[in-house]
Design a protein around this ligand. Structure first.
Ligand SMILES: [Zn+2]
Length: 111
């Protein structure tokens, strides 16, 4: 997508160090961290939001959910973390490219 910031990061147009990358996803740090450690797991395939889920996109999300626990230790999340998907305006989604937030590195409060 032409004007999508995450697509630009995936394409290398906007530089952002990748903590993990494979053919389907990248993991980067959130530039506005809401916890001591705050990462984004971003599918390389552009789709705007969780509400667009279908079988093909669900396979990508499944891949994310397989990789996240495998990467947790090297991301410093071995003591626990929170997984968040913000859906739409009321859900606090700010970038219209589906992504998964990983927060940790400290004891997280309720929010
Ligand atoms: Zn995108």
């Amino acid at each position: 997508m032409e004007n999508c910031v995450f697509c630009k990061i995936i394409a290398g147009i906007i530089p952002s160090p990748r903590l993990y990358e494979d053919d389907k996803i990248i993991v980067i740090r959130d530039i506005e961290p809401k916890a001591k450690l705050h990462y984004l797991c971003i599918p390389k395939t552009h789709f705007a939001s969780f509400s667009e889920m279908d079988g093909e996109k669900a396979e990508i999300i499944k891949h994310c959910f397989e990789k996240i626990p495998a990467l947790a230790g090297e991301l410093g999340l071995q003591d626990g973390y929170r997984v968040i998907i913000n859906q739409g305006e009321n859900g606090g989604q700010t970038v219209p490219h589906m992504h998964i937030h990983l927060l940790g590195g400290e004891v997280l409060g309720d929010f």
